[in-house]
Ligand binder design. Structure first.
Ligand code: UD1
Length: 426
């Protein structure tokens, strides 16, 4: 199993290109099932998660062709014919987003059997909202032996769906099915994450009729068929936020390019209050911090978009470990998303977790140690901590990191970090 070794202390100076968003790419890939025409996705991140889903799509009959020209990564998805509507446990359990093939399969073929995604370390993460939405759209659903079997022999039909609370995955899943349902679907209390807007715009480019994009009410007029499209995946705001925190933590000046500053306003606001300079540019942001000046403690509460992203909570907590004063960090989206706190504690951070809230008291410095990544975003927070910890930090289980960060070591090394990957038993 690969590990990452970091020698802390180097300032970060330079430029980092931001990749396409994992959370958008995965749903755009699922959209390829809806049409027998090719869907060409550019700005495609090459990640373990996109590879997993690519494999599942291939098992369903979708041709997947990766290419690169002029430094631009693209993948062509062509679901000429769906040869299987069965998504087995082995291909779904590795990644929850694979479950989102259910709706498009139903819309395209009228039936599907997809494994339940199973548990996840950051909380229970059920799919009840997804299933409710699909049955409101006319699917007959049965759960048996860990699988969802769904049929809609006469096709899906539009419905009024009000989600009981905001869910990113359920909003996207309902949209992926409703675009080809008969009649009108209204999704209320829809999630408004930018990746949902990206999916809605791509579907529109494919011929779908969606109103209310980027709002919490989506009105979808079903169409009988969709076309292919060429679509560029939106920049990854979580990757951008993670590097912004890394730059703030290490000190120095880093320019994040191929990004969109307005997608991380909630984080920027908190960083500025903590004493970091964040300057939006035409294609991203410049993050600057004078390492001689201590950071200030700031409280944070995770919320649905446009609030502070739960996917940036671990990184921000890491930043607060060195801030002057006490910072309270509340997690409201997932019930068990503080597993990085004890790992940060191994590096000398002072963090107490109680009832969905972490209290972080800033310390003078962190000291390198072996730590273990527990989930995707927690793993990057440990790398960020390693950038400033004295001596060497070794992050184990970096396969979590590889799920969602493209060429992380390379991007940080280019800015002066002392970080390398230890292969296997090295
Ligand atoms: C997506 C993102 C993830 C991010 C999260 C919240 C992807 C691939 N993942 O995850 O990175 O952290 O949004 O911004 O895009 N819930 C239910 N029943 C359901 C669905 C969700 O109870 O049917 C609960 C979840 O357990 C969680 C909350 O709702 O507590 C929010 O989850 P949701 O917004 O659905 O997150 P995901 O789509 O799984």
């Amino acid at each position: 199993m690969d590990r990452i070794a970091i020698h802390g202390g180097a300032r970060l100076n330079g430029s980092i290109p931001i990749s396409g968003a994992k959370n958008s790419a995965l749903k755009l890939m699922a959209a390829s099932i809806l049409t027998d025409r090719p869907l060409r996705l550019t700005n495609m991140p090459r990640l373990a998660d996109t590879k997993f889903l690519g494999r599942l799509l291939q098992a369903l009959g979708v041709e997947v062709t990766e290419s690169e020209s002029g430094g631009e990564q693209e993948t062509l998805f062509h679901a000429r014919e769906i040869t299987s509507t069965f998504a087995p446990y082995d291909l779904v359990r590795q990644m929850r987003a694979s479950f989102n093939v259910l709706g498009p399969l139903l819309a395209r073929t009228g039936h599907a059997r997809v494994s339940l995604p199973g548990g996840c370390t950051i909380g229970a993460r059920p799919v009840d909202l997804h299933l409710d939405a699909l049955s409101r759209l006319g699917a007959a659903i049965q759960l048996e032996e860990g699988y969802v079997s769904a049929v809609a022999p006469d096709g899906l039909r539009g419905a009024e769906i009000e989600f009981p609370f905001v869910s990113v995955g359920a909003t996207e899943h309902a949209m992926l099915a409703a675009v080809m349902a008969r009649g009108t679907t209204v999704l209320r209390r829809a999630a408004m994450e930018p990746e949902i807007g990206d999916l809605a715009r791509c579907l529109t480019a494919m011929g779908a009729r969606i109103e209310g994009i980027d709002t919490d009410v989506l009105t979808i007029e079903g169409v009988t068929s969709l076309n292919g499209a060429d679509w560029s995946v939106i920049p990854d705001r979580i990757e951008m936020g993670s590097f912004a925190v890394a730059a703030a933590m290490a000190g120095g000046e880093v320019r994040l390019t191929r990004a969109r500053a307005e997608l991380m306003t909630a984080l920027t606001e908190k960083m500025v209050r903590a004493g970091v300079e964040v300057t939006p540019t035409e294609d991203g942001v410049i993050v600057r911090r004078d390492p001689a000046v201590r950071l200030r403690a700031v409280d944070v509460e995770t919320e649905v978009y446009p609030g502070f992203a739960t996917d940036l909570q671990a990184q921000f907590m890491t930043l607060m470990t060195l801030a002057e004063g006490e910072s309270r960090i509340r997690e409201t989206i997932f019930e068990n998303r503080f597993m990085h706190a004890p790992e940060l504690g191994r590096l000398g951070a002072d963090i107490h977790v109680h009832a969905g809230e972490a209290v972080v008291r800033g310390v003078d410095h962190l000291i390198g140690a072996p730590v273990m990544a527990t989930d995707l975003r927690a793993s990057v927070s440990l790398v960020i901590a390693g950038l400033v910890a004295q001596g060497e930090t070794i992050v184990d289980r970096v396969y979590h990191l590889d799920r969602g960060f493209e060429r992380l070591e390379e991007k940080l090394t280019a800015c002066g970090a002392d970080i390398r990957r230890l292969k296997g038993d090295e």
